[in-house]
Design a protein around this ligand. Structure first.
Ligand code: ZN
Length: 133
């Protein structure tokens, strides 16, 4: 893993949250993207080299709907940048981490992603992401 790629924040209203984070970071949302497979709409902001991903549910059975129901709005996941996602998935599985998908899937922002169950990481949902060539 090379760095934290972004921090994901679950929000109820991505429009309103976008305005708050634009004010906070003194920058504009630079990308809004629907990830249909995950039932989420995402908005990205940059703070220097760091990225924040806001996530709003687009359906009632979205993982973001469930998260907000249980825990309210807040930090949802930490994403790490990896160079070879398949190799990292094999390594982490061997180490006993619980992968939420067995093959990399399409994420937002032109990434291949894999999530690691918070049960195996002290309560924090972890995302691996590899930039697509
Ligand atoms: Zn993410």
């Amino acid at each position: 893993m090379t760095k934290i790629e972004h921090i994901g924040i679950a929000v109820k209203d991505i429009g309103g949250a976008g305005i708050i984070y634009e004010k906070l970071l003194n920058t504009k949302v630079y990308k809004i993207e629907d990830v249909e497979s995950e039932g989420v709409k995402t908005a990205f902001l940059k703070s220097g080299p760091n990225k924040i991903e806001l996530l709003e549910a687009t359906s009632a059975d979205s993982p973001i709907s469930k998260f907000i129901e249980k825990r309210g709005e807040g930090i949802h996941h930490i994403a790490f940048d990896v160079e070879d996602i398949v190799a990292e998935m094999v390594r982490l599985k061997k180490e006993g981490f619980i992968l939420l998908n067995e093959i990399p899937k399409e994420g937002a922002d032109n990434k291949l992603v894999c999530f690691i169950h918070p049960k195996s990481t002290n309560g924090v949902l972890i995302e691996l992401c590899q930039s697509k060539p």
